[in-house]
Design a protein. Sequence first.
Length: 136
Amino acid sequence: MASRLNPYLTFNGDARQAMEFYKEVFGGTLDLNSYGEFGQADAPNADKIMHGMLETTSGFTLMGADNPPGMESGQGSPFSVSLSGDDDAELRGYWEKLSEGGSVSVPLEKQMWGDVFGMCTDRFGVPWMVNISTEG
């Protein structure tokens, strides 16, 4: 397997819902493993996600999990997940799904550098940037 770099998102108990949402947005194959499946069947967090991975046909990999009990949430950290490319329809489709039920801080529109760009935070608190290149 080649090396790869991808986002790993941490959630406060709703990783399953978030990862299933991202599968609806991007398609692909989603694998979810709960704490219960890894030997903690009787723990209060047995149904929470210890590790989730979404791999899409577009080549995206997104991982995520619920915070283990006793660990503080990392939400609100200075990061964004960036989507970029030149497939206008594909990227606008992702934007529509990601921003639905969330908040838009920069509307998806043409910017001074010539590309179409927007920023939103999805309903799970994850910030996204979408940049659609207008030059080939």
